[in-house]
Design a protein around this ligand. Structure first.
Ligand code: MN
Length: 292
């Protein structure tokens, strides 16, 4: 085992609103240019750090919009998100749940605060990742995985020192339920103060840690504070964590997709021609129908 070196611990960039329901820090691709250390297959990370919304009858959110060529992965930590898409899927992402939506050939969807959460208001914290698809799957049919917290793999630390929810991949031989098109590891780690945890990830994967709660010491050297995103180099296969106080951490790690990327708004393709085609298909209503 060799330790994966820390490349950088990134503080959260200034937030912006997505619609009127999501106040997000975009770590990449806009917030930081990670260059050759790109986080592929993860194309975008929007992080809604903890914020309190006032009660409102009419839920805040983002209206109907298209996606093609990738997957949106939405994780709720506080608050509840409701969504509908033109493939006929809908549901509520509750605290601790993950929604893994494969837009692929194209869907329209809308994302809102869930009605009861909107009425009561309160603490809201969530993540949305855009996961790229390899060229051969960009035009696959849309797909949808509602991953409730209870469906996730569970690893419990000795002496009740914390736990790990495994969303995708395998953590210490425990599997997560998400189907992924390319190899991806995704875990939500909760550690009690002073707990330590070591785990391994493939050396060639792009890997990052988002600190959702608390502070953690990484690899016995650097401290990562709440709301920071730590990017690792591809030079080792082990990460060591030591909780400075009670903490919660999202781990994302995946095998890079080494293909050209053309990104435009809600479309993520390989060529300019495919972007033009996506815009034309959207204009012609080929992404289906969804009411506002
Ligand atoms: Mn969307």
């Amino acid at each position: 085992m060799t330790t994966k070196s820390i490349l950088q611990i990134l503080p959260p960039p200034p937030p912006h609103m997505v619609g009127d329901g999501f106040r997000v820090h975009n770590f990449f691709p806009s917030g930081y240019n990670l260059g050759k250390w790109s986080m592929s297959p993860f194309f975008l990370l929007d992080y809604n750090s903890k914020v309190s919304f006032t009660p409102r009858e009419n839920p805040r959110g983002v209206g109907v919009h298209p996606h093609r060529g990738f997957e949106t992965v939405t994780i709720a930590f506080h608050g509840k998100v409701a969504h509908h898409d033109s493939a006929g899927n809908s549901g509520i992402i509750e605290d601790g749940d993950v929604q893994w939506m494969t837009a692929a050939s194209g869907v329209l969807h809308k994302e809102y605060h869930e009605q009861e959460f909107s009425r009561s208001g309160g603490l809201f914290q969530m993540v949305q990742l855009w996961v790229n698809l390899p060229a051969k799957h960009k035009m696959s049919p849309p797909k949808y995985q509602a991953i409730k917290n209870s469906m996730m793999g569970k690893y419990v630390l000795p002496a009740n020192n914390g736990s790990v929810d495994i969303v995708a991949g395998t953590f210490k031989e425990i599997k997560g339920p998400a189907f992924t098109f390319t190899p991806i590891e995704m875990y939500i780690i909760s550690l009690k103060k002073d707990a330590t945890l070591a785990f391994s990830l493939p050396e060639n994967y792009n890997t990052g840690l988002l600190i959702l709660d608390g502070n953690v010491k990484i690899n016995h050297e650097e401290e990562a504070n709440e709301d920071t995103f730590t990017v690792f180099q591809k030079d080792g296969d082990e990460i060591n964590l030591e909780a400075i106080n009670d903490c919660k951490i999202l781990v994302i790690s995946g095998e890079p997709i080494n293909e050209p990327i053309k990104a435009y708004g809600p479309f993520l393709m390989n060529t300019n021609e495919e972007i033009v085609e996506a815009m034309n298909d959207f204009a012609q209503g080929k992404f289906g129908k969804l009411e506002d």
